[in-house]
Design a protein around this ligand. Structure first.
Ligand code: SF4
Ligand code: F3S
Ligand code: FES
Length: 233
């Protein structure tokens, strides 16, 4: 079948503002949007710029706005989008570097701000740090994050206040706050109790809907908020 791909293009060296360009591509229902972008790039316009690496939903580099929703181009298939026209635009709320590539520096700075690494309070043991299965289960969901930014850039609170730390950073803080082997939960809770922390969340759920890993993001945010309340009680 023939699909019309309408892509929001922007070249900072040539364009004053973004504009849509239309490409016709032959596609099968099982093609992913990433396959169609490759067809455009390799067969029609080599200047089209987008990020991708694994092509299998693992690296998180090809999140973009597809038919009005943030998704991974390598995970969404033509048959899931229903229709012969597909719109593709860069993730909202971040500065566009070129075409579908956004500047992720501020996103990763927020990720780093929550200290997303294990900080045990005791000296290194001879062997591994053991953990009970029920303790591991407390953060199992939030270990699945691939840092694609689909959540943060679909959040209206983030659009309204770009200094909001955002759901992705909170998910990654949750992963360590609830890890029984870690001893730096207090420091992370202090960071997230800030005016740009968890209280900016209005439980809008766009983040949860957008997450390609199916992480229960809003629930994780609420668990961190409750922990902050407990911590200050
Ligand atoms: Fe992407 Fe989900 Fe991680 Fe957000 S929580 S960055 S949507 S994988
Ligand atoms: Fe935003 Fe998700 Fe909260 S969309 S407001 S972070 S529930
Ligand atoms: Fe790696 Fe899509 S290219 S997640």
């Amino acid at each position: 079948m023939q699909i019309e791909l309408r892509i929001l293009r922007f070249d900072p060296e040539r364009d004053q503002k973004p504009h849509e360009e239309s490409y016709k591509v032959e596609a099968s229902p099982m093609d992913r949007v990433l396959d169609l972008l490759h067809k455009v790039k390799y067969e029609q316009d080599g200047t089209l710029t987008f990020r991708r690496s694994c092509a299998h939903g693992v690296c998180g580099s090809d999140a973009m706005l597809i038919n009005g929703r943030n998704r991974l181009a390598c995970k969404i298939r033509v048959d899931q989008l229903k229709g012969k026209r597909i719109t593709v635009a860069p993730l909202p709320g971040l500065p566009v570097t070129k075409d579908l590539v956004v500047d992720m520096d501020s996103f990763f700075a927020k990720f780093r701000s929550v200290q997303p690494y294990l900080q045990p309070g005791d000296p290194d043991p001879e062997r591994e740090r053991r953990q009970a299965a029920e303790d591991r289960a407390k953060f199992d969901d939030t270990t699945k994050c691939i840092l694609c930014a689909a959540c943060t850039t679909s959040c209206p609170s983030f659009w309204a206040q770009p200094s909001y730390v955002g759901p992705a950073a909170i998910v990654n803080a949750h992963r360590f706050i609830f890890d029984s082997r870690d001893d730096a939960a207090e420091a992370r809770l202090e960071i997230l109790a800030d005016s740009d922390g968890v209280w900016r969340c209005r439980t809008i759920f766009n983040c949860t809907d957008a997450c390609p890993r199916g992480i229960h993001i809003t629930q994780a945010i609420l668990e961190v908020s409750s922990k902050i309340v407990e911590h200050h009680a």
